[in-house]
Design a protein around this ligand. Sequence first.
Ligand code: HPA
Ligand code: ZN
Length: 326
Amino acid sequence: AKHAELIASLPKAELHLHIEGSFEPEMMMQIAERNRVEIPFKTLEEAKAAYNFSNLQEFLDLYYQGMNVLRTEQDFHDLTWAYLKRAKLDNVQHVEMFYDPQAHTGRGVAFGTVTEGILSALKQGEKELGISSMLIMSFLRHLSEEDGFALLEESKPWHDKFVGVGLDSSEVGHPPLKFERLFARCRELGFKLCLHAGEEGPPSYVREALLDIGADRIDHGNRSMEDAGLIEILRDTQTPLTNCPLSNLALCVIDDLKQSPLKAQLEAGFLVTVNSDDPAYFGGYINRNYEQISDALDLSAQQVVQLAKNSFTASFLPENKRSHFI
Ligand code: HPA
Ligand code: ZN
């Protein structure tokens, strides 16, 4: 890749990463064996062959199936630690990590088991790798708002461990306003609000997330580009968008990286960032996302630098820690 060395050298923040989506098939097979859980593939090749998606739902079906082998606090620790070690190689210095507690509590794994396993690895990552981190608890939007309120209640003892809350899973048919009261409550509690919107769903979902819910960040947001009024709002408010190029390609949100809206968004003055989303499933960690999108859109060195700076500007780090990178 043209800018590979530059990309590798730049300090980056990763703002859109689902820890369960960093579950590499090798580790999945190891943990399946250790927990004596059956999985539908025996080899790495079989696993990778299954990772051939034509939309978000096909991915989500495998994503939820894969995480089914995670049972113990050690499993969640190992998963998170493996991601942090990998991120270190890409010069990630700060991560704001999503996780999906309902995908675990729904199959009988306790909230505390999941959360403590992740938190212990994050703490170790700060100490041993120098990666700062924040955790974002995500609500599954295919479930009900009532289920979301139950999670908010169950998670109460850990509320000081989360910087924010998210909204992910199957988008179409589950608009942000389905969770209007839940996010109003989360806002009152002081959480930052990060909503997936406009990945497969229409621009009206981005409008709802931004204007009705008051989102602090929009995850993906690709389809915002279909709405001229929204383009103006995103530019004027400098609401961060977390773009995920290889995810968009793998989930057929775009047919080719050349169709990515990223360059147009940069040139429109959006606060847009590059992220890996679910790197074990979509074929690349953060540097590979930067490299592939830079090549496909012929980004300039200056634009690549801008993207890395944007990742800190768009983060929830306090101003004095952000400014060091900007
Ligand atoms: N979109 C929606 N839900 C998700 C994603 C995504 O990109 N990754 C993990 N859960
Ligand atoms: Zn995502």
